[in-house]
Design a protein around this ligand. Structure first.
Ligand code: SIN
Ligand code: FE2
Length: 212
């Protein structure tokens, strides 16, 4: 069958480690980018602050029933945007379907994201090492989609520091971390100055999560 032939030559999914699955050039970049622009039109990207008061250099906004949020009161999920008072725009069904389907291929049969945090990186911006741990059910994975300028995603282990496993993420790549890797520390290296026809000098990343 043509599908089998294709997947043996160019497998769409690569298992990088237990709980880490990589899908190269997997999503429709235009579809996802248009959705980012639509979300940003309603709830613009902003720089939040950490509970300690530090500015977060990566700009963010959200879609879904809940949005990840940070300010002096802590890291948490909010059902509407505390800044504008507006509800986060919903995650379109076709997009959630693509995400659930990828998660199922990686072995997560019932993943249905209720939240998507959207990061925007400008040249020189990095994301420091952290865990995604504000969600309620850690049996649910994190599904990440990258758009625009490429970046190096760094995956550590269950403890902070140590040597990173570097995963270059390019336009339209999808990465899943779940299972034993669900709470791995991770970071994104400083974004290089580059240009992408769709996003200019920026990189966007969407992380689909089950928050509640
Ligand atoms: C994140 O860890 O929230 C974002 C990861 C990325 O930008 O690739
Ligand atoms: Fe993260």
């Amino acid at each position: 069958m043509q599908n089998d032939l294709f997947s043996s030559i160019a497998p769409e999914m690569e298992k990088i480690a237990d709980g880490v699955h990589y899908f190269r050039n997997y999503v429709d970049g235009d579809l996802f980018f248009e959705q980012i622009m639509e979300v940003a039109r309603i709830i613009p990207f902003r720089h939040m602050v950490t509970p300690g008061g530090k500015r977060i250099n990566v700009a963010g906004t959200s879609m879904g029933d809940a949005g990840w949020y940070s300010d002096r009161r802590g890291y948490r999920y909010e059902k509407s945007d505390p800044l504008s008072g507006k509800d986060w725009p919903p995650i379109p069904k076709n997009i959630n379907h693509i995400i659930s389907e990828a998660a199922a291929k990686a072995g997560y049969e019932n993943f249905n994201a209720d939240s998507c945090f959207i990061n925007r990186y400008q040249p020189g911006v990095q994301l420091t090492q952290h865990q995604d741990q504000d969600e309620q059910d850690f049996s649910q994975p994190i599904v990440s989609v990258s758009l625009g300028v490429s970046a190096i995603f760094q995956l550590y282990g269950d403890i902070r520091g140590g040597t990173a496993y570097n995963i270059p993420l390019h336009h339209c790549d999808l990465l899943i971390f779940g299972g034993p890797a669900r709470k791995y520390f991770h970071s994104v290296k400083k974004l290089k100055t580059d240009n992408h026809p769709l996003t200019g000098d920026k990189r966007y990343n969407l992380t689909f999560r089950k928050a509640f």
